[in-house]
Design a binder for this molecule. Structure first.
Ligand code: SF4
Length: 359
């Protein structure tokens, strides 16, 4: 490591760690997942917290543990039930991967989360961040973490507008080498979440301001520099709200597709020049082998995914012919308005259902 990329010289790093831990011990938020270091609970909370606000996760975390109190209970549950419990949290691949991973743990590791970083990281959906968090918090191993908060804090400590990932991980690896690695990792993340916040960091309250080069230079508000974001591609999608005898036609998306395993209205991305009605009819014909007649549009729903922005143009349709067959979907169902609640529907699909109103 070149000297300049260090957070501080070794003797000062010891002091930095001590200050972080002293601050964390008194200032940390009392969050439900900090009650104990049970590996399953730590793992679950870390997966839920990715891309999701703490206040949102609290309710989901509590309800989840009522329904799946142990790793074994989650492993034994059908995917439908798991996705239903995750409904509304978004990024459903997190739930699918967690479910697959705990099944592997139940099958190959007698239900015990592996304490070895490499073994744990080989499980579905476990990336470098999740591995570092679970290994350090649940098992006290000196494994680093870098998330958005850590990146911001390090960019300010080093006064670097765009620290490369390799440097961030190296710094995190240096910092975590003290006692209480799990608390050290959490302390930096907590600092980023509560003091070293993106806009107007509260430097006067910061326990480590003496180590912060950006604070010394007065550049903390410019660190890190904003990342350039490219506009997301747009998908213009027809969503067929097919009614028949007071029920609505739902499909379950293939597990390896976007929103895999979730229920939805049959839909197709419109081809160039294709009308909303034609795309809706095609979605149901090609996906289920059913003939429908598209009727009036009932509204648009906008939704932004991580890699695409979608507009769903919902159109009311009438069943004309054919018994549904799962051609491009995993399953299908005719659901009454009261039954809709039991299906795992992503947020945008719930909004389409609301547009459909009572059948
Ligand atoms: S001094 Fe300010 S910018 Fe530096 S780490 Fe503390 S809060 Fe962040």
């Amino acid at each position: 490591m070149d000297a300049d990329s260090r957070i501080a010289p070794p003797e000062l790093t010891t002091e930095l760690r001590a200050r972080l831990l002293r601050w964390y011990d008194v200032a940390r938020r009392n969050l439900p997942w900090r009650q104990d270091a049970d590996p399953y609970r730590v793992w679950l909370s870390e997966v839920m917290l990715q891309q999701t606000r703490v206040d949102t996760v609290k309710g989901y975390y509590a309800r989840w543990l009522e329904r799946f109190p142990t790793l074994e209970s989650l492993a034994a549950a059908p995917l439908d039930e798991v996705l239903k419990a995750w409904e509304g949290l978004g990024y459903y691949s997190r739930a699918r991967n967690l479910h697959r991973a705990v099944r592997e743990v139940a099958e190959h590791f007698s239900g015990k989360v592996p304490a070895d970083p490499n073994t744990f990281r080989a499980l579905p959906g476990v990336g470098r961040y999740t591995a570092g968090a679970v290994m350090s918090i649940a098992f006290g191993r000196a494994e680093p973490v870098v998330d958005g908060n850590v990146r911001r804090v390090f960019a300010r400590w080093t006064d670097d507008p765009a620290p490369p990932d390799a440097s961030l991980w190296r710094l995190a690896g240096e910092l975590v080498l003290g006692e209480r690695p799990g608390d050290l990792n959490q302390a930096v993340m907590e600092l980023g979440a509560t003091i070293c916040v993106p806009r107007s960091p509260r430097c006067m309250e910061c326990p480590v301001k003496e180590f912060c080069r950006a604070y010394a230079a007065g550049t903390q508000n410019q660190r890190p520099a904003p990342r350039k974001t490219r506009p997301l591609p747009h998908e213009d999608t027809s969503a067929a709200v097919v009614e028949h005898e007071g029920r609505l036609l739902l499909v379950r998306r293939p597990v390896d597709a976007r929103l895999g395993g979730m229920w939805a209205f049959p839909a197709a991305v419109r081809m160039r020049g294709e009308s909303v009605a034609d795309a809706a009819e095609r979605a149901v014909r090609e996906g289920l082998g059913v003939g429908i007649q598209a009727g009036e549009p009932i509204g648009d729903v906008e939704h932004t995914f991580s890699h695409v922005r979608a507009t769903y143009r919902a159109v009311r349709c009438a069943w004309v012919s054919g018994e549904p067959r799962a051609l491009r979907y995993d399953d299908w169902a005719w659901a009454s308005p009261e039954e809709l609640e039991k299906y795992a529907l992503p947020v945008a699909q719930r909004r389409i259902a609301a547009l459909a109103g009572p059948t």
